[in-house]
Design a protein around this ligand. Structure first.
Ligand code: UTP
Length: 280
């Protein structure tokens, strides 16, 4: 199987929970301190050794493309001033990575957004990162890097999971499986947004995946599920039934920046981290 080089960023959603902020600005561009959410995601992908960022956009998302492009006028304006270092990180990302884009025309769900990425990914395994799940692991490897190591061993699709309070299972895809190594589960059940009493466990899927390319065919065969959307969990369940899918309980922190509470927690966390003298 080919090496993983590409990271897909589904970023076409409307971000309705952040209206009116997201009326004209993509949710993925909301800043935590001075960096937009999607830049944290790209940094995590680069840290995991990936160099091609495939971004699924939609109407009103042009700011994402502009962010990952050079602004000659701005660079000229601040050259030689104390502000110059503020653009150094993003400039390094632009120099290091290739950014490719395609649009999801109708928001038919995460599964559909991933299928739209087939044209950018091709026939190779790839990572998926939802930028509104902001992750940090100050003690070690980033979440995607941890998952890459697991992929090297198992060579199958992997979902990152986190234990959540039972009453919150209806916000997530939830898995059940057999723990085959510490924090590593062989998935045998996967349910999208189950009520707490129907949830097979409290292990919730968060916005990090490694997918093998046969997922595209599985999505094509997936009927719209919960909420009328094409759910990636249904396609993953088909993969699990036909072969093997791993769920990985990752190490580190995760903030649900698609919700107001999670976003505020992330801002506080990175503010504290920054004022401790650590670089965000
Ligand atoms: P969310 O469920 O958070 O939806 O999508 P959303 O539209 O972004 O936000 P709300 O609920 O209206 O506030 C999870 C991820 O999947 C992407 C989103 O951009 C987000 O990164 N997504 C979702 C798509 O790209 N296309 C879709 O059709 C649905």
């Amino acid at each position: 199987m080919k090496k993983i080089r590409k990271c897909l960023f589904p970023a076409a959603g409307y971000g309705t929970r952040f209206l009116p902020a997201t009326k004209a600005m993509p949710k993925e561009m909301l800043p935590v301190m001075t960096k937009p959410l999607i830049q944290y995601g790209v940094e995590e992908a680069v840290d995991a050794g990936l160099d091609t960022m495939a971004i699924i956009t939609g109407r009103g998302k042009r700011a994402i493309e502009d962010h990952f492009d050079i602004s000659y006028e701005l660079e000229h304006q601040i050259r030689g001033t104390s502000k110059e270092p503020l653009l150094a990180e993003i400039r390094a990302l632009i120099d290091r990575c290739t950014f490719t884009y395609t649009r999801q025309i109708e928001m038919k769900g995460l599964g559909d957004a991933i299928l739209k990425g087939e044209v950018l990914i091709g026939d190779e395994p790839f990572a998926v990162l939802l930028a509104d799940d902001l992750c940090d692991n100050p003690a070690g490897d980033g979440v995607l890097k941890q998952m890459m190591k697991i992929f090297d061993k198992y060579r199958c699709s992997i979902v990152a999971v986190q234990e959540v309070p039972r009453e919150e299972t209806s916000k997530y895809g939830v898995i059940a499986g057999r723990e085959i190594d510490e924090g590593i589960y062989m998935v045998d059940e996967m349910v999208e947004k189950p009520d707490p009493e129907e949830a097979p466990s409290n292990l919730a899927i968060i916005g990090r995946y490694i997918l093998t390319p046969d997922i595209f065919d599985k999505i094509r065969k997936t009927e719209p599920g919960k909420g009328g959307e094409i759910q990636i969990t249904d396609a993953l369940m088909a993969q699990a039934s036909a072969g093997m899918v791993i769920a990985y309980r990752f190490e580190g922190q995760r903030f649900d920046c698609g919700s107001i509470d999670g976003f505020v927690q992330a801002v506080n966390y990175f503010y504290d981290k920054n004022s401790d003298g650590c670089k965000v």
